[in-house]
Design a protein around this ligand. Structure first.
Ligand SMILES: Nc1ncnc2c1ncn2[C@@H]1O[C@H](COP(=O)(O)OP(=O)(O)OP(=O)(O)O)[C@@H](O)[C@H]1O
Ligand SMILES: [Mg+2]
Length: 291
């Protein structure tokens, strides 16, 4: 470091090991910066020496965990792929038998088998969506117009039975995003909001969804928020919502929000959920605005 300073560069950033008196080895990061006086002449060198041993260990551990996760994802994708083909054959067979005239009890059993096989197919589809690395095909989107278009197709879906009020930003907001993946995010979120409003305890006055786009020009970000009333999510449940397979529904797989989180992360965005009795449940996504 002294040599570098002597050579007049002044700015140094390097790492080295030291052996302490108890023979333990520590990793040190050493940084120094030139400090100019009022007329721009460097009159001293300031320096920081930091023990980064623990941080580096944590980074290495995290790297291994990410690699292990990628392997699990790959394995899951392989299993799904292998199970899907025979399942398609089973479904085709069951559908073919349906056209035969059968006693009522057998027909009922057949329908049940078909429903269950269909459920497995959907579960496999979602596992694959979650496990697959999120390779994005980003393009420039004007978010108000994009949500307007997405909303038109969402409103036509039979599962979406609730009123949705859309409040766009007062001016165009451009972001860089993968259209198909972003649509998948919105469908999952609106689906959740609708299901939350289907609870018996929800009164009619509460039973609507509000979708807003709020730009924040100071941080150059845009917040896309989907709000619903209904029963609030208990505070102890909130941290679990984005974990794969967490669900409170008898027919849910608990992968919806986990997939949403993976997609939002892949866009370097942020996913936030707040919920309480007074304000209801709000899921927000923060994206960078394209300048
Ligand atoms: N808008 C919401 N309002 C209230 N609770 C919600 C909302 N969104 C999610 N939740 C809670 O979070 C849980 C996890 O949601 P997630 O979408 O991951 O799975 P799911 O909806 O149960 O099943 P699926 O995989 O079919 O989407 C839900 O079971 C529900 O309890
Ligand atoms: Mg869901």
């Amino acid at each position: 470091m002294l040599e570098a300073q002597r050579l007049g560069q002044g700015k140094v950033d390097e790492e080295y090991r030291i052996v302490r008196s108890d023979d333990s080895i520590r990793l040190i990061r050493d940084q120094s910066f030139p400090v100019p006086d009022g007329s721009g002449n460097i009159y001293r060198i300031a320096g920081i020496a930091e023990d980064i041993t623990e941080r580096r260990h944590a980074e290495q551990k995290m790297g291994k965990a990410i690699a292990a996760l990628a392997e699990v994802g790959e394995l899951a994708a392989m299993i799904v792929h292998e199970v899907r083909n025979p399942l398609t054959t089973v479904l085709m067979g069951l559908n073919a038998i349906r056209s035969i005239e059968l006693p009522e009890s057998v027909q009922e059993r057949l329908n049940l088998s078909l429903e269950e096989a269909e459920r497995i197919r959907n579960l496999l589809k979602e596992i694959l969506l979650y496990a697959k690395p999120q390779a994005l095909q980003p393009s420039e989107l004007e978010i108000n117009a994009f949500i307007g278009d997405t909303l038109e197709s969402i409103r036509m879906m039979p599962a979406i039975s609730r009123r949705i009020d859309f409040l766009p930003a007062p001016h165009p907001v451009r972001v860089l995003a993968d259209k198909d993946k972003l649509k998948q995010v919105f469908i999952n979120l609106v689906d959740n909001a609708c299901q939350a409003l289907s609870a018996e305890s929800v009164t009619n006055a509460d039973a609507k969804i509000t979708w807003t786009v709020e730009p924040d020009l100071i941080t150059n970000s845009v917040y896309i928020r989907i709000h619903n009333g209904g029963n609030p999510i208990p505070p102890e449940t909130l941290p679990k919502l984005m974990k794969p397979f967490f669900t409170t529904k008898s027919c849910g797989t608990g992968l919806g929000l986990a997939i949403v989180k993976r997609i939002v992360d892949a866009h370097s965005g942020e996913l936030m959920i707040t919920s309480n009795e007074a304000e209801g449940t709000q899921v927000s996504i923060k994206f960078a605005i394209l300048i």
